[in-house]
Ligand binder design. Structure first.
Ligand code: TXA
Ligand code: MG
Length: 350
């Protein structure tokens, strides 16, 4: 049965124009102050926000998403100076944190740092660390600032499902479960923030453990530290479901076809192609008489556009009544690392 928030018979969508965000900020803050949860746009994907210092409100986030309590949330702060209220930055990485936050905040870089005791354990799922970022979205920032408190906000989808990059996608995921969705149009980045933790080294640049690839690329981070994959040192179970093999998944089976020659269609089945450019002469488009083709970056093949459209296109194909979605890989450089990471996790169920 669908989980129903007893206090929320109906979900309201409030559209905001670029130059008129005040009403939405007032409405969102009134609900957040009352301990409610609100879907807000960020530059990456839509987030489901709660006052991070209110455990009862944070509990509603877990309930609405059907998220297991062992999967910690990201805390969003309004200003760099607020970091000290949610995390305790050790002296040996203080300079690095300073450089990273000056270079990439506000923006899609999340840092895992030792948790401040004031942060409820529910937010960090009992971990001694907390994930923190400062969103660059004008609406999210304005709500964060007006509320005067940090916001705990995971992506506004049900657990394990496709992250929402529009208000209508949030409605499909959480309609009837939350009182308000603030609609500021499509998200500018389209994939979730890059997540790293920092390990200091004496006399050398620190090591950055990449917990999740995202819009801030390895190439951009390299100036500040040495990037190593988080999973390479993780011999046992993942610490958090964002690292689970299966995540960001459509309900329709998705197959990531690294080699076109491996495709063996079954007769009578409907297949859709998740193409990169949709090139008519390309090895993927010509492979089969597809029931539907959707392209990440039609014609041009730009990774930034592909990232923005990724979850939108996944959702379109998921709703197309197919037996399977066949996904074409993109080149694994820059933003392509984050896109391939999401495609692999979407494919991992099947
Ligand atoms: O772009 C984003 O990061 C979006 C927007 C809304 O800000 N948020 C987002 O949150 O993607 P969520 O909950 O869908 O993903 C957060 C990830 C999860 O994989 C979680 O396990 C991981 O961050 N995480 C949170 N705290 C952590 C911690 N202390 N240690 C390791 N991983 C952590
Ligand atoms: Mg998520």
């Amino acid at each position: 049965m669908l989980w129903q928030n007893p206090c929320v018979p109906e979900t309201r969508i409030l559209e905001v124009a670029d130059d008129e965000i005040k009403d939405a900020v007032v409405a969102a803050c009134a609900l957040l102050r009352a301990g409610e949860i609100v879907a807000l746009p960020t530059e990456t994907v839509y987030g489901l926000a709660a006052d991070a210092f209110n455990p009862a409100a944070v509990a509603k986030v877990f309930a609405a998403k059907e998220r297991p309590s062992f999967d910690p949330l990201i805390i969003h702060i309004a200003a760099r100076g607020d970091l000290k209220n949610v995390a305790i930055v050790p002296d040996d990485i203080a300079e690095t944190v300073d450089k990273l936050t000056k270079a990439f905040w506000p923006g899609p870089l999340t840092l895992i740092l030792p948790k401040h005791p004031a942060v409820p354990d529910l937010v960090s799922s009992g971990l001694p660390t907390v994930a923190v970022r400062q969103s660059a979205h004008p609406v999210f920032r304005a709500v964060n600032k007006e509320l005067g408190r940090p916001l705990a906000a995971p992506s506004a989808n049900r657990f394990g499902r496709i992250s929402p990059t529009s208000a209508s996608a949030v409605m499909k995921e959480l309609g009837g479960r939350i009182p308000l969705i603030v609609d500021a149009g499509a998200c500018a980045e389209g994939v979730e923030s890059t997540i790293i933790s920092i390990e200091p080294r004496v006399g050398k640049k620190p090591i950055f453990r990449l917990h999740r690839a995202g819009p801030i690329t390895k190439e951009q981070l390299q100036e500040f530290g040495k990037i190593e994959k988080f999973r390479e040192i993780q011999a046992t179970a993942p610490q958090a479901p964002g690292q689970l093999a299966s995540h960001y998944a459509p309900l329709t089976p998705l197959i990531l076809l690294e080699n076109p020659a491996d495709f063996v269609p079954e007769t009578g089945k409907k297949y859709g192609l998740l193409s990169y450019t949709g090139d008519d002469d390309g090895p993927y488009v010509t492979l089969h008489d597809w029931d539907v083709i959707e392209s990440l970056s039609p014609g041009s093949g730009k990774l930034a556009e592909a990232a923005i459209r990724l979850f939108f296109v996944m959702r379109l194909l998921d709703e197309a009544g197919l037996d399977a979605i066949i996904a074409e890989p993109v080149s694994e450089t820059g933003l392509g690392v984050a896109i391939m990471d999401r495609l692999r996790r979407a494919a991992a169920n099947f």
